[in-house]
Structures are given as structure tokens and as C-alpha cells.
Design a binder for this molecule. Sequence first.
Ligand SMILES: [Zn+2]
Length: 321
Amino acid sequence: MIERDSLNPTSWVSRRHFITSSVIAGTGVWLMPRRLFAAENPVVTIRNAAATAKITVTKLRGNVSVLEGSGGNIAVLTGRDGKLLVDAGIPGTRARITEALANLSDDPVKYLINTHWHFDHTDGNEWLHSIGAEITAHENTKKHLATTTRVEDWNFTFPPAPAGALPTKILTADETLHLNDSTLAVKYYGTAHTDSDISVEFTDADILHVADTFWNGYYPFIDYSTGGSIDGMIRATEANVARAGDKTVVIPGHGPIGNKSQLVEFRDMLVAIREKVAGLKKQGKSPDEVVATKPTADYDAKWGGFVVNGDFFTRLVYAGV
Ligand SMILES: [Zn+2]
């Protein structure tokens, strides 16, 4: 396991993307994890930042669009059966999500699929359910939302979600859905970023939402507290590479809309750093000693610019090899 105190909470909160509070910026509190209190927790900060977050809408293909800016990327399928959303964002952005959805079409929101249980993909569940969305997710998403769940590496304990936020349609096996003249293939990854990750493929439009198994251009967070691991991430990424074709539009959990060659780059980065860190751990080096050798140095400029920096990613890999 990772020693929580040795983790650097700065890594979870990117100055570029999330820090809006002058109380936090510039005070250096992130360097003192033992002194964290509620208002400084990265989960709280991200939730608060959503209140002012901008929403960017991109039309992809057919009747599929993506909303970026409120937690994980949100895919939207429009049509006469009602809108289907893949992931729910954060309610602080509700007004701007509502506006963006209304600009896409008049169809009411009828369906929501959660790609996994994390707050930045499910916090919006309750309000979307309140306006009529049926929530579908893997059974482990329901399990984690329904109970008190702690994520050590965020130093945060999530209370059980309200009843209205819980998925009511539970996936135990892969499923094919037909909606709005589109076919959707929903597949479970097995343990990867968590133990609840699923992909949603819009097969006619050749669009693949790969949940948080892919952070396009960034080191990914890996949630060991609920079943994630570096090897699970690599397995999931191999599956994504195998499924994507040259024209496939790939929606990552975080980062810009991507494609197959970016999945391949991501896979190569994960594998290379895993091998480096595993080798150093085999030599008997402690997490601090491995971090001190900077095994991610060649990759940090490209991948370290978001919420997980090279040192934090090294610790996440170390925990799983
Ligand atoms: Zn996640």
C-alpha cells in the first residue's frame, strides 16, 4: 500500500485546471498533508471549482457530443428516445450543463450511464435522476456509492450517496443497448482504474468512451482503494488499443478527445514506467528512493501537467508492482 503521508496532494489538484481559491493558491498548504483539513482537501477543491467551471461542447459524429469541464468528460447521445448521458459531472456546474444540454436538442434527459463510481463522474447522479434519468452502472459502482468508501490517496472518505443517486439498472455482464437509432455496446473492463470501470461504444458512429482507463496526455490516477492497479490499467489500455480502429473517436475520462495513436502512446508510457519502477523496487528500493531516481523524468514534460505529477505517478505504480 501507499503511505498516505508520503503522497503529494498537490499532484491531485492542478493549478492550471482547478485552483481558483486564493486561500489555497500560494499558501503552500499542499506541501503539508498532515495539516489538511476539509476545505483544503482535493475532492472538496474540485467540487468547489465546478461552481465556476466553463463547459465546452463538441459535436463528434452522428448525434453524439461531448461536454468537457465538469469532472470527467460527459458524452451525450440525443434523439427522440430522450438524451443519454455517459457520466454525470459535478452539480456545481448544473446550470451550465443544463444550458449546454438544451442547446444540443429539446429531448429530455432519460438515461445516464456511470463509467465508474468516482465523484467527478457520479456527483451529478442525484440531480439527473431528479429530472428523469434512469441510472445504469456496473454493480461495483452501486456498491461503492451505497456505502461509506474511503480513497486513501485522496485522503477522503465518501459517505453513502443519497438514494436518488444510486444506479437502478445494474450491469453484471456486457450489454448491447438500442436507443435513438443507435447501438451502444457497454463492456466491463475488470479491475483497471477501479473495480467498476466500463466502456461505452457508440458503434454506428465509431465512438468509444473509455472512462478513466485513458487520460489523454496526462498521467492517470489509479485508485488502489477500490480495486485499481497499474497492471489493470495496462490490461484495459491494451483492450482499448485492440478495439479502436484508425477512425475511431476516443473519449477519455480526462483530457481532450483522442484517437487510437494516442491510446498507443499512453500504453507505451504506462508500460515503460511500470518496467522501470518494477526494476527499481526489485532492487529493494523504498518508494522514496524510487521517486528520488526520477523514473518518469523522460515523460514528465508530456504527461505530468495535470492532476497527477511524475512523483505521485511513480508512487501509484510502485504500489502495484
Ligand atoms: Zn476516476
